[in-house]
Design a protein. Sequence first.
Length: 259
Amino acid sequence: MTNRAINTDSPDSPLQPKVSIAIETSGRTGSVAIAREEVILDHATLSGFQKHSSELLPAIQSLLLRHGLSTKDIQQIYLPKGPGSFTGIRIAVTFAKMAAFSMGAKIVAVNTLDALAHNAIHDMENTDSPVQQIATILDAKKGYFYIAVFNKTDTGLHRMTEDLLITPAVFLSDHCEGQSKTALLGEGLVYYHKQFEHPNTVILDKSCWPASAVSVWHVARRRAKQQQFDDPNNLVPLYIRRPEAEENWEKAQQAKHAK
């Protein structure tokens, strides 16, 4: 009988721990996290506002190098598909597709509002908050916001709404009047938190407002363990509304033809 050696360098080897990387580029400040199996090894935040395009790859390479890894070790990539910054989401989707096609990495793309909701669980557990309803909020421009509402249960978060494109007044009227208190978080509150103040809302600490790669990892990991991967050929950003640049171009064309 011939003994056959197992190649532990193969990504399909049962002895090779799976390395995953999570990126977050949908918000104002991006971040990256790397993990081996169920353990997050490290994470890093990009240096400043909207530095996604220039700093994402160097940040990934730095984290990998710190742990003796390289890009060829990445077997799974977790990312936000939106809603959020149009440019940031495109960067994440483009990176994930390139990694899938060049390295064979598998992809899990998660809703940004779901990843944000994970921040709320961590914050509420640490403060022993009795609030059970959560709303995640992102700025959609022109007085509108992307919002999703969740209930906190013993088994995790249960989504109560689809992604809403809505004004603060309508949100408060439809989802807060006559309801138990709702915890609010998200970068949509940065400039507009006063518009969401209400007797039945609790605005969580600013530290949990930004989406993070760690939160993306936690939400995506559950799907990855169930083998729920996204096809890179069909992966596109989740745009609830068109980019503002497209809307402005269309208006300019309409004005041009009206002359």
